[in-house]
Design a protein around this ligand. Structure first.
Ligand code: TXA
Ligand code: MG
Length: 347
């Protein structure tokens, strides 16, 4: 099986990009690189194709999908024509982050499928900042001779760690896709920031933290935005239906520890423990020579975000009894990293 699915990974040449667009056009699923994480892509205007995403991911039908387009104006075409001028103004200002790791949610156009929005009256849209994703989006619309948005959740099984390489996609969902375009490791490494624009006088609200910070958002629109509550809970109402407290989880139990605290070689159960830290590895943390890895030996949070999921997947494959992960400071990108780590540690 491993060999068969690995054969579906293609480096993103022009020929491969055209082939991928044709697969999408025909209603098939593909693995698509983006700057945040890899997506499991289907044409967003075809209910049967969208349905395949839910089946492959084992994703609840109640969890809506993001539509991706090549340009901001194509994305705005998916919003209702009756949006308030306040909404349009906010969306316009925030589109300065496109192409980029930002998803905007607003009132949907009647043309958007119920399958995509899970029957809700809003739609989530994003212009990804990856040359391969943009080339595929443009080529698909060229073949179809109209703008075709692409629905793409992260290309992992529901609740598992998101993929940041083509091989992660092959390992988790290889059997379900026609092909996977290899566009290299995802540059950002964390899913996009999601912002809900309500269109009235109330401030936009961040539903999922990501590389674009609340401070950057409020600077762009010239008014405050509501941030995400810092600690995940499943207490209703869950504003982004997919944002459950337990998410992004490796199979190995993960627990968060204070940075700098000494680590144990073995857990209370006697099994091997892996410690993952931020910044240079300090061997003194582990007097008993337990294993220590670093997300970012260079100390940069951008590097930690880019490495986070690949490292959790690698750790998971080595069957430690427990993964102990340091907390990092919660500002800027650190907020998004801690959000993902808390969800990964939730049992
Ligand atoms: O970076 C990303 O956003 C990646 C890449 C592939 O673009 N995509 C991604 O999709 O992370 P997904 O499906 O794994 O996460 C999308 C989140 C889910 O939590 C979903 O519930 C929420 O967005 N969402 C989508 N449409 C929504 C809507 N209309 N209202 C509220 N939440 C929505
Ligand atoms: Mg996801």
């Amino acid at each position: 099986v491993t060999n068969l699915v690995e054969r579906k990974v293609f480096s993103a040449t022009d020929v491969a990009i055209r082939r991928a667009a044709n697969c999408l056009f025909a209603g098939e699923l593909i693995g698509l690189p983006t700057e945040t994480v890899y997506g499991l892509a289907a044409r967003g205007d075809d209910a049967k194709a969208v349905e395949r995403i839910f089946t492959a991911k084992k994703r609840p039908r109640s969890n809506p999908l993001i539509l991706h387009t090549a340009t901001a104006s194509d994305a705005f075409g998916l919003f209702s024509e009756e949006c308030s001028s306040n909404f349009q103004e906010q969306a316009d200002r925030l589109s300065k982050f496109w192409p980029g790791p930002l998803t905007l949610i607003g009132p949907r156009s009647g043309a958007v499928l119920d399958h995509v929005t899970a029957g809700g009256d809003t739609v989530a849209v994003r212009v990804p900042d990856h040359p391969v994703a943009l080339a595929v989006l443009r080529e698909l619309s060229r073949i179809a001779d109209c703008v075709v948005p692409v629905a793409a959740p992260s290309a992992n099984r529901a609740n598992y760690v998101s993929p940041t390489t083509a091989h992660h996609v092959a390992a988790g969902l290889g059997e379900h896709v026609a092909m996977i375009l290899d566009g290299g490791p995802s540059r950002v490494g964390l899913e996009s920031t999601i912002v809900l624009l309500k269109g009235d006088a109330s401030p936009p609200r961040v539903l999922r933290s990501g590389a674009i910070s609340p401070a950057q958002l409020s600077e762009a629109i010239g008014q405050p935005v509501e941030g995400v509550p810092p600690h995940p809970t499943d207490a209703p109402p869950v504003a982004a239906p997919g944002q459950f407290a337990k998410h992004y989880s490796p199979r190995t139990p993960l627990c968060l520890v204070k940075a700098g605290s000494p680590s144990a070689e073995t857990s209370s159960g006697g099994g091997r423990v892996l410690r993952i830290v931020f910044g240079p590895v300090d061997e003194r943390l582990s007097p008993n020579h337990g294993e220590i890895w670093s997300f970012n030996p260079d100390g940069k949070l951008e590097s930690a975000a880019a490495e986070l999921y690949a490292m959790l997947r690698r750790a998971d494959a080595l069957e430690f009894e427990q993964i102990q992960v340091d907390c990092c400071a919660e500002d800027g990108l650190g907020m998004a990293i801690m959000d993902r780590l808390r969800r990964a540690s939730h049992r």
